[in-house]
Write a protein that binds this ligand. Structure first.
Ligand code: ZN
Ligand code: ZN
Length: 361
């Protein structure tokens, strides 16, 4: 086990660091073919600072001691609760997942909350079945207070959507350059996110849902960890990770669960250095995921690592647009503000919202 100090002081101010995460990774503890060692090696090779392992209904990697700093990568082991044909759920901060698979979501979400764990809806739009037979694994329990957020953008679900039946001939190209085929989060998911955000803070995360597929006797891997790990990543803002695994996992959890993160397809362009923040008239800085009362004089700021098409949205509707590497905007009212950035024609960055609440509300 080894810890490496992260050198670049990115972001605003001392003690405010940006770390790149690969969330929702399957291993040989469920239906991935990659070992934990292999996954950690690929994370290191692709510049990932932390991994969230989420095997189907298994905490095997945690039981075998893989949580913590491994070869310079901070590993947090969660689980993907995967009931047959029902919505799936990512959970972490739990020591057991026995019985969750067959329980009603409202029951197991309550049990996770009692263990002080956190739960996020995984690929909430589900996946389409062949021949127009509808969708399966669609998340439906939106009213529970125990859901901290959801996967807004899932690499695997985006990549595989549209293959069957008319995209089958594209499959070899999809394998060769998976990131090129991503179309971004679905409109329905973004709408839902904007709607829930008007009621309560609701965190959006990006996920890989990585299942490396090996082939017997051939060193070639379909959708290798390296290929996938370069794509939809979640960048957190947090205090400096100091090398103490237990404390660093608490820091990591607080950043993700607090929504201090953005989602990006880093294969398009490395989004490190992107930021979205607010400043009140009194000079208080508000980060992504945070909530303050709206007041006159508050300003919102975006910085991008490269010039791109930056959209600022309020409650899901466009309020400002710039083809630039920065934006400054003075809101005229309360609302849930978030940023979407496109790189040429490709979806690139999705921020978590800043919640400017009305004083009456
Ligand atoms: Zn799933
Ligand atoms: Zn999964």
């Amino acid at each position: 086990m080894r810890f490496e100090e992260k050198t670049p002081a990115r972001g605003r101010g001392e003690g405010y660091q940006e770390y790149v995460g690969g969330l929702h990774v399957h291993t040989e503890y469920s239906d991935g073919s990659a070992s934990m060692e292999r996954v950690i090696q690929a994370a290191r090779a692709t510049g990932i600072d932390f991994l969230v392992i989420a095997d189907h209904d298994s905490l095997g990697a945690k039981k075998h001691g893989f949580e913590g700093w491994r070869d310079g990568v901070l590993v947090m082991v969660g689980v993907e609760i995967s009931p047959w044909r029902k919505g799936h759920c990512l959970a972490w901060g739990v020591d057991t997942c026995v019985g969750y698979r067959d329980a009603d979501a409202r029951v197991y979400l309550g049990q996770i909350a009692r263990q002080k764990g956190a739960a996020f809806a995984a690929h909430p739009e589900g996946k389409s079945r062949p021949c127009g037979l509808g969708r399966v694994e669609v998340w439906s329990d939106w009213d529970t207070p125990h859901l901290a957020g959801m996967e807004v953008w899932s690499f695997m679900h985006d990549w595989s959507e549209g293959v069957w039946p008319f995209g089958l001939h594209q499959l070899p190209f999809r394998f060769l350059d998976p990131a090129r085929w991503l179309r971004g989060p679905s409109v329905e998911i973004l709408r839902r996110w904007d709607r829930i955000g008007q009621e309560r803070r609701f965190v959006g995360i990006g996920s890989l849902d990585a299942h490396e597929v090996g082939m017997p006797l051939v060193p070639w891997r379909w959708l290798s960890c390296e290929r996938i790990f370069e794509t939809v990543r979640t960048h957190i803002r947090s205090e400096r990770l100091a090398g103490d695994a237990e404390r660093d996992i608490r820091t990591l959890r607080s950043a993700i669960e607090g929504g201090r993160c953005h989602i990006a397809n880093d294969r398009v362009c490395d989004s490190t250095g992107f930021d979205f923040w607010g400043e009140t008239a009194g000079g208080i800085i508000v980060s992504m995921g945070e909530e303050v009362a709206y007041e006159r004089g508050v300003t919102l700021h975006v910085t991008c690592p490269a010039p791109a098409c930056v959209r600022l949205l309020r409650n899901g509707a466009d309020v400002a647009f710039a083809e630039d590497d920065a934006m400054r905007y003075e809101p005229t009212g309360a609302g849930v503000y978030r940023v979407e950035v496109r790189w040429k024609t490709q979806p690139w960055i999705f921020s978590n919202p800043i919640y400017l609440r009305s004083r009456q509300g």
